[in-house]
Every structure is written in C-alpha cells, then in structure tokens.
Design a protein. Sequence first.
Length: 226
Amino acid sequence: MKILMILTSHDQLGDTGEKTGFWLEEFAAPYYVLKDAGHDITLASPAGGQPPLDPKSDEPDAQTAATERFKQDAEAQAQLASTLKLADMDVASFDGVFYPGGHGPLWDLAESATSKALIETALVSGKPVALVCHAPAVLKPVTAPDGAPIVKGRKVTGFTNAEEEAVGLTDIVPFLLEDKLRAQGAEFSSGSPFQPHIVSDGLLITGQNPASSEGAAHALLVALTG
C-alpha cells in the first residue's frame, strides 16, 4: 500500500531563538514499521525539501534502534532531504496518512488549509490517519461533514499538559494540545508521562509522545488491513 507521511517545515521555537522541527524518533520508528511491512512511503512537507530536525531529538539520550538505523540508511536520508510539497499531494493516491510530531507542527501544519483538506478527504474516503505526539495539533481546524470539530466525541490522545510542563515549554507553545483537543469536545486520554499510549477511534489513530511512535504505526497497519 501507499502511505503519505507529512512532516513540518517550521523550525523556530516561538520567540526563544531556539530551533525546533520534527522529532527524529517520531519519523524513524513509523518509517521502518511501515517500510518493513512492505508499504511504499512518500514524504511531504509544506515547503518541500529537507524538513527541519528538532536538535533535541538528535541528542544521544533521544536515540533508539530506529534512529540509529536511519543514520546508517543513505536511501532514507536522501528521501527525507527531498520531501515533496504538501500542496502537490493528492490523497486519492494513498491508502493511509501518518503525521510525525515535534513542536514544529503546532505552528505550521496546525494552521494549514492544505493539511485540513487532506485529512478531511482521507477520512471521508475511508482512509486511516495516524498522528503522534504534537501532530494531533493538525486536527485543530479539521471538521466532520456536519461542520463539528473532527475530534468532537472521539477518543484521542497527544502530548499532555504534564509532558509540556516537563520539557519547560508550556509558555512557549502557541497552544496546549491537550487543552485544545478537550475544548473541541474530544474524549482525551493519557498514559504515564513519556510512556507509550496509543488510541484508535475508527480511522483516527493518535499516539501520546515519542515512545508511542512505533505503536501508532502498528495501529495504522491494523487499520490499513481492516
């Protein structure tokens, strides 16, 4: 099957002068889960080209088997360096969609009309959409056919207020993901901070944090074959 993976193009952490972007594990773990299952992966981002990597996700204590594998994988690195433009993507060409997180999506993908339309079309077409950590923020503008927020009455998770506080960015992010999803009527649940927690509700799959990346990809595999 064909999977569209959508990454952020935003690299500024608010007004701090620090860099942000996508979180390496949240890209690498799903990439290899899906690739090893035999699926074809297309990478896209709002600006196209090399998406910005959150430097914190490249530090030694953030490495996993998947990130180490990526660093030895010249083909995957080349693919990541040349992501296609999100605006050029036709969701009809894909069987499922995966959004890695990192703080970047809070600024660009969460405000993207292109991303909004793509997710709405995917869900109406019966195609699963998986989002991990901060990526559920991209659901903010997405609406159901009746005009209600897509998350209203649905079971979801995402990076929690407690986790945002733990990384010291509560006052930096443009909005708190947990608060936003709850305000839109989502049935938000969470596991222990920084431990795997994955929620599937029909075609919508969400993972709480980096540790949930691999599990969210496995849940997407289940949805694809279901």
